[in-house]
Design a protein around this ligand. Sequence first.
Ligand code: NAP
Length: 334
Amino acid sequence: MTIRVGVIGTGTIGSDHVTRLSSQVVGSAVTAVFDVATERAQQIAAAVGAKAHASWEALVAADDVDAVLIASPGELHPDQAIACIRAGKPVLCEKPVATTVAGAIRVLEAEVAAGKRLVQIGFMRRYDAGYLDVKAAMTDGTIGEPLLAHAMHRNASVPDSFRGEMSMTDSVVHEFDTFRWLFDSEIAAVTVLAVKKSPLGSAELRDPQLVVLEMAGGEVVTVESFVNCQYGYDVRCEIVGSTGTVSLDNPRTTVVIGGAGRREHIPSDWRERFGPAYVHELQTWVNDLAAGQVTGPSTWDGYAATAIAEAAVQSYAKGQRVDIELVERPALYV
Ligand code: NAP
């Protein structure tokens, strides 16, 4: 059985996903694409034998599209995901499910009204081999009872248009989902602390920052966000348990020794670091669809991450701890 996928948005990650679904994932084919950048969409469609549609609505309605992957800008995600739900088509929606809590609730309500899970959110760290090992060590008793965690999320650089609060909505949003998933718990409160500013970022950019997450179960997570660290993409974490710790370093372990020094490779960006995780994410999604189910990160997970990001932006602006209030969790997501 081949799952025929339509991809909305063929920018950086959308075009990578088209390649993965066409040549790396077993059991899928890309039959349709849409992007407002018409020429690029046509080129990408031609390369994989897909049709470039004139609108995303036409792509969602197409008979030869069994499932949709949304990789357009975040503010478009609610309308596009809701159209897929109404058409009864499963959808893998890149994060965020919405850029506002109100938008996320609209998707939640549409899926609850449909009465079954159709939406998966693109939180690919849950499919990364390293994070899966961390999760196993936290749940199989290896480190005792998990108590706290330290994480870092560093990017080499960001464009001048990147504003400080985007560290929360675009970057640390991955940690919001990761630590909800690792601790199997909601986040009760968030505090964003300003740190001495790097002289190398744009004048507008407050960078680095320290984010403190208080989990509902009492565990505490510290996340360093540094989007202009210059040297590479460096995402790590350590979980401290009652009898041991588990830590996740960069995945390559090759060390070069020479010139009186020792060198280790640091990934250049998220595409390199999480490439295998994206393939695993898509393969699992396609396998699930062939089995008639959706099991990955849910609309609830997407809504919670957006609510935490919104609270983090408030904390960033006010310099204060902000409690996170979630709506009642619908039975569909229990
Ligand atoms: P991007 O490179 O800007 O690509 C977005 C594409 O969507 C662009 O080609 C854009 O065209 C197009 N677009 C604009 N309006 C559209 C519409 N109405 N319908 C369809 N397409 C439209 O951005 P990106 O980095 O690929 O990010 C896309 C999404 O993926 C974002 O939500 C982002 O947060 C998410 N993302 C997730 C991860 C992850 O790790 N899971 C990583 C990267 C990105 P124009 O350029 O002409 O506007």
